[in-house]
Ligand binder design. Sequence first.
Ligand code: SAH
Length: 259
Amino acid sequence: MSDSRHPAPDGTKPSAGAVYLVGTGPGDPDLLTLRAANLLRQADIALYDNLVSEAILALLPGTAERRYVGKRRNRHALAQDELNALMADLARAGRRVLRLKGGDPFIFGRGGEELEYLADAGVAFHIVPGVTAAVGVAAYAGIPLTHRRLAQSCTFVTGHLQDGSMDLDWPALARPHQTVAVYMGLLGLPVLCANLIAHGRDPATPIAIIEKGTTPAQRTLIGTLATLPQMVADGNLHAPTLIIVGEVVSLAQKLASSR
Ligand code: SAH
């Protein structure tokens, strides 16, 4: 029986024979939770993918075993079912497995699927939430995701392209006075902007794309639904990038804090 409903409080020794699914935030190690930082410092074995920053991996003790399990071109990657089986096998062998995930494990992170597998397999697990990219990146870019005057709601969507299109509720997303945060949207940016305009969102609506948010390499481009796709085509941006659509983006320059 999993003891996940009674997670150990911060600072206690993590238990062996269990998987810790840990959100590591968008990149800046200062955004780790205390619980994540404690677990990292006491790690036995860490499984990580490409969204976990080097600065965060540097917190692992020298004795910790590290395994890259993500998907990156030209690097060996594990299929999801192989990874699930690996986590379960390591935990059954008595290892304390840290499964590190960028941002929050339950936001576009397949954390739910991994925990379903472990629950079915009878392996003990714990979940440690993290600062999701939209929240961390928006803060560092000076974009309040909601604002009494400008946006009464905020929606997180995936902009992943399937057969060149995005399966999103365009009429809902095109309404004004709301913020849309788009994960995995770099390649689909022209499709995103064209659909929002086609469904009635003002082409002058401000939109930001933020590359490597919260890291020293953070870069922000701001345009409108009409202009940003061309700016990005000229801009040589690389993943990870987060896109924020909405009137709140107009505050970015005023509210971007000095770091
Ligand atoms: N579980 C993660 C999201 C995984 S999906 C979370 O909660 O943040 C991967 C997407 O997250 C990337 O394609 C990008 O859109 C976004 N992302 C993650 N880290 C980011 C960063 N530092 N800067 C910008 N976008 C980021």
